[in-house]
Design a protein around this ligand. Structure first.
Ligand SMILES: *[C@@H]1O[C@H](CO)[C@@H](O)[C@H](O)[C@H]1NC(C)=O
Ligand SMILES: *[C@@H]1O[C@H](CO)[C@@H](O)[C@H](O)[C@H]1NC(C)=O
Ligand SMILES: *[C@@H]1O[C@H](CO)[C@@H](O)[C@H](O)[C@H]1NC(C)=O
Ligand SMILES: *[C@@H]1O[C@H](CO)[C@@H](O)[C@H](O)[C@H]1NC(C)=O
Ligand SMILES: *[C@@H]1O[C@H](CO)[C@@H](O)[C@H](O)[C@H]1NC(C)=O
Length: 339
């Protein structure tokens, strides 16, 4: 599935939305209202819902956003990653100045002080939860500025250099725990700005530079992805970010960093009623960042995968034999055994 099918082919299988819910749900929350655990906000066209949920086997309650019409609950954003509610008595509220709270505590990411006169919180159809003056279209706060592990169409992954806002994706700890895990996907501004997946402070994967009209240099599949999706990399003195958009509203797609530190793009296939992994990176050890060290050579079908460039030899032949990637380092001939 990874390389074989084009977006056009997928399109023929793609979900035709049916309205399951004839709900009278609303998409907005005002200061004198509250959302109890068990109730949801639903965006205007019914695409996304916001409410309390428990991940996996956990009993903890989190406020999240998921696709309202898909039969498998797929959470794309979590408000209180670090502050779960232990019981089902959670209440989401908007205070009079425009700050969202859960059980009166400020646990949403972003500034704890917002000063609006007549605030409303609204769940938009692109999955963005926004807070704004009721009579304005300008957002005072938006969930798109504080991503969890998922990049939806229209979300920016990267920097607002004017404010220092760094929008990055952080994997969940586990299926039962959405708190931040060790893998982060961000736009690294050092050197050539590019999409980078980190494992703690170590680089795990780099997208390579952005080439206009082509895409990231380390993602050869990207041009074929352009069939149904539009990718952009914006870099100017104010902002540096990656963004994508679906050119066809029938294509339901998301990009995420998963719990093993892999970037995965999913496309919803309605006939199979499941998400299909359309693309992922790194694909195998050889695509990882510096997989065999500075003087090593990575061969996809090699056994072992790593070998040393001519003129170099394993720094520690004994450990090399044990196949531990972290110690498979090559050194110039003669240098290895002296250390
Ligand atoms: C929710 O329920 C828990 C456990 O019963 C209790 O400790 C907590 O005080 C309650 N919180 C609120 C805001 O009612
Ligand atoms: C919005 O309402 C506030 C009062 O709540 C008012 O001061 C402001 O001028 C209004 N703005 C617009 C664009 O109508
Ligand atoms: C994404 O595409 C849709 C439909 O083509 C368009 O309405 C929307 O404005 C686009 N959004 C962005 C952020 O480009
Ligand atoms: C990710 O974003 C958070 C919040 O802006 C920031 O504290 C953290 O340093 C960022 N991490 C990376 C690797 O960019
Ligand atoms: C992460 O993505 C890769 C590639 O699709 C997959 O093999 C792996 O199982 C995923 N990890 C998790 C925890 O889902």
């Amino acid at each position: 599935m990874r390389k074989g099918s084009t977006m056009k082919q997928l399109l023929t299988h793609v979900f035709l939305f049916t309205l399951f819910h004839h709900s009278f749900a609303t998409d907005t929350l005002k200061p004198n209202e509250y959302l109890l655990d068990g109730k949801t906000l639903v965006s205007a066209k019914g695409t996304f819902a916001l409410g309390f949920f428990s991940p996996g086997d956990s009993k903890n309650r989190y406020v999240g956003i998921w696709y309202n019409k898909l039969p498998v609950q797929t959470v794309v954003w979590v408000a209180n990653r670090l502050s779960p509610i232990a019981a089902t008595n959670g209440t989401l509220q908007l205070n009079g100045q425009g700050v969202l709270t859960i059980n009166s505590k400020i646990v949403f990411p972003g500034p704890s002080v917002i000063r609006l006169n007549n605030p409303v919180a609204q769940l938009l159809d692109d999955g963005n939860l926004v807070v704004k003056e009721a009579n304005s279209s300008e957002f005072a706060w938006q969930s798109f500025d504080y991503p969890t592990d998922t990049l939806l169409p229209g979300m920016k992954l990267g920097w607002d250099l004017r404010t220092g806002l760094n929008r990055n994706l952080t994997a969940w700890q586990s299926n039962n725990d959405p708190s931040p895990g060790s893998y982060v996907a961000s736009i690294d501004l050092k050197g050539i700005p590019q999409l980078t997946v980190w494992s703690g402070s170590a680089k795990r994967w780099r997208s390579g530079r952005w080439i206009n009209g082509i895409g990231f240099s380390n993602i050869p599949e990207m041009s074929s992805l352009k069939n149904g999706l539009l990718f952009k990399f914006i870099s100017n003195e104010d902002e540096v970010y990656f963004i994508y958009n679906s050119t066809d509203p029938m294509i339901v797609s998301r990009l995420m960093v998963n719990q093993s530190g892999t970037m995965e793009r999913f496309v919803w296939i309605d006939s199979a009623r499941k998400w299909n992994v359309y693309w992922y990176a790194p694909n195998g050890q050889c695509e990882e960042y510096s997989p065999c060290g500075l003087f090593g050579l990575c061969e996809f079908n090699g056994s072992p995968t790593c070998s040393c460039l001519q003129g170099f030899m394993p720094k520690s032949p004994q450990e090399w034999a044990l196949m531990d990637v972290s110690v498979r380092l090559c050194a110039p001939h003669g240098a290895g055994l002296q250390e």
